[in-house]
Write a protein of this length. Sequence first.
Length: 112
Amino acid sequence: MNNMTYNISYTYNYTITIIKILNNKFGIKHDYINIIYPSMKEKNIINNYNNYINLIRFSVYLITQINTNFKKKTVIILQKFKNKFITNIIVISITNVTILILNIFLKDKINF
């Protein structure tokens, strides 16, 4: 199995940990990240296939808005993957809906 899909609903707290563990153990070739989260405005925005800068701008901000040390560490970790991630970000006007879907392609095969 070369591909893993990981879904997170409402929280991003363990995303960076999972990415780091998978990369250390198996190596990550590349990843497609889909983030759906609520907007503070009534306007729908679709940002398709953004690069690492938008990943930092959106998901790191959503991971934590309080603990700045965690945010700094998250940015440092994600910079290591800046050429491996493609992000699809969809902002919707419905409140309390946040989903993150990672489609991770690993270098090494995993046998279950």
